[in-house]
Design a protein around this ligand. Sequence first.
Ligand code: AVI
Length: 334
Amino acid sequence: MIELVKQSKSQKVNTAETLYNVFSEEVNSGLERNPKCLPSKYFYDQKGDALFVKIMNLPEYYLTRSELEIFQHKTNQLINALELHPERYFELVELGAGDGLKTKELLKVLEHQNYKFDYLPIDISSNALNLLEDNLKQELPKVSVKTKQGDYFKVLDALKESKHPKIILFLGSNIGNMSDSAATKFMTKLSANLNPEDKLLLGVDLIKSKSVVLPAYNDSQGVTAAFNLNLLARINAELGADFNLNQFKHKPEYDENEGIAKSFIESCVNQIVTIKALGKSFKFLKGEKIHTEISRKYNDTLITEIIANANFSLDTKILDSKAYFADYILTRNA
Ligand code: AVI
């Protein structure tokens, strides 16, 4: 197995500096645009991570519960669809494993039925990986866990050498936070980093009525609002901005025909915000919106379209009991 080279202290400083520069450049270019926008990847600082955990437990946020139900009650269907055999060793690789809540249901059954495999969670956050590893040591001590910290594609590229059959998990409708063109590119790059016959389990939220989707992004406790506005708090803290969080509000939208939930931050008044790190100020009109996130919902046609040029074939899909969520199983073509 190829291990990722550990970074030296000075490399870490350079990485932090680069990340800071990219963050300030992306904030600048997003706020320069008309209409204004900010990338959703910046939701996830320590506070954002904690708020997202709260979101996953909200009564309105059905996504996590729906996929968990598939992993709890359709585990054997998943195992059959992935064509796993107890005697044939495989690597179970998870992109952005988080707390591994759903995956643990699969790991439990695989461990119990004596499947031969290693579990390789990949995450950009070493903190998240350490927590997951500790938790698995307690709960499933027999599962072999090999955490991989870093960029998904760099890790997958290194793993490609191994030639062992791989099952890739990309759960939670994380792909839905990408535009369709970014998702298409992502799938193409993913398949290029796999070997023929490797499998992908892609978890996606399905297009459904506004009465179900919109509350998931506009919960009654205001957790999603805090998650969205935390982006401004982060810009205040890290780039020395003076956003007054009381003068902006969370504004989600969902169009059933388009099948995309969109989150915005709306300015409640005419105001000017200064960002010290950029040495400049930005004007916001009352009612002006900053677009912060898309959460795309899918159907078979959309999935077929995003994999059209990606060298995957679509084997099957497994749904939860309400048909809110789907886990698609794909095979990397020869
Ligand atoms: C991580 N991602 C799939 C979540 C979603 O549903 O788009 C992020 C989220 N944003 C607001 N609520 C949850």
